[in-house]
Ligand binder design. Structure first.
Ligand code: GLU
Length: 278
């Protein structure tokens, strides 16, 4: 078993991240497996070395050790783009100059809102040769689905809320994702769900352990894995740690930052109890 923790270094770790990291670490260690650490720092505007340093310090303080060097996505942009571009000659992507805000949203980290409007397909059919700087690359979802055997669009989920074998429903994928943005020409940034799927394959991750909020992305990741010949790991989406009002914790909830607890003299064992892992 090989698991990973894949934070975006755009803010301090909070209790929700601690839950995710401890779960992935403990599941791997219990199975005699490996636990890897990945910095999902493709959001170049919001990712900061200071946040990464704090994340490493918080994880060490929590008593988590990871195998191998830290994998930083910013070191792999050329490889991501080469793979993404390979979809061009297959007619599965097209350049798009529409709605730059929408494009930005998909290229930044998921914490800042997963919702994006469904693309009406204005640029569908544009040739890759006519690609301009600043253009996004969109997946032609209909062509992608037509190129795939629906029987292969399956994944296993072991998390408590959705345990079982899941089939990607093409109609639901059309309604939910449509022609999603996969990357942007110019700065070489790729969508976070794509970079994450590439890395899960490259790092040989067998079990993806992550928050329930990311369950919704799994179908598009499976579609991309099939298109690119990548394996599909087992997914385990865990419950989210919420505040007293039931709201999901976010990076901006500084009150629940691990650093805050450390400063207040809370122990790592108490953190485990706080999130129900002791
Ligand atoms: N980087 C994402 C986050 O911090 C996690 C992505 C994943 O685990 O697949 O929420």
């Amino acid at each position: 078993m090989r698991t990973r923790f894949a934070p975006s270094p755009t803010g301090p770790l909070h209790l929700g991240h601690a839950f995710s990291a401890i779960l992935a670490h403990d599941m791997a260690r219990a199975a005699g497996g490996e636990f890897l650490l990945r910095m999902e720092n493709t959001d170049l505007e919001r990712s900061r070395p200071e946040w990464e340093a704090l994340i490493l310090a918080d994880l060490a303080w929590l008593g988590l050790d990871w195998d191998g060097p830290v994998h930083r996505q910013s070191d792999h942009l050329a490889a991501y783009n080469a793979r993404l571009d390979s979809l061009g000659p297959r007619g599965l992507i097209y350049p798009c100059s529409c709605s730059r805000g929408d494009i930005r949203a998909v290229l930044s980290a998921p914490q800042e809102g997963v919702a994006h409007s469904l693309y009406p397909g204005t640029c569908r059919g544009r040739e890759m040769a006519g690609r301009q700087p600043g253009d996004a690359l969109r997946l032609d979802l209909d062509r992608a689905l037509a190129a795939l055997d629906p029987e292969t669009l399956v994944f296993i989920e072991t998390g408590p809320a959705h345990a079982g074998v899941h089939r990607v429903d093409p109609e639901a994928a059309r309604r939910t994702f449509g022609d999603v943005v996969l990357g942007r020409k110019g700065d070489g940034i790729v969508a976070y769900f794509l970079a994450s799927a590439f890395d899960d394959a490259d790092q040989g991750i067998t079990h993806v352990i992550r928050g329930e909020d990311l369950f919704a992305f799994t179908p598009i990741q499976v579609i991309l894995q099939r298109l690119l010949g990548l394996p599909t790991p087992v997914y385990h989406h865990h419950r989210l740690i919420r505040d007293e009002t039931g709201k999901r914790l976010a990076k901006r909830d500084d009150a629940r930052a691990i650093r805050k607890y450390r400063d207040e003299g809370v122990t790592p064992a108490e953190i485990r109890r706080l999130i129900g892992l002791a």
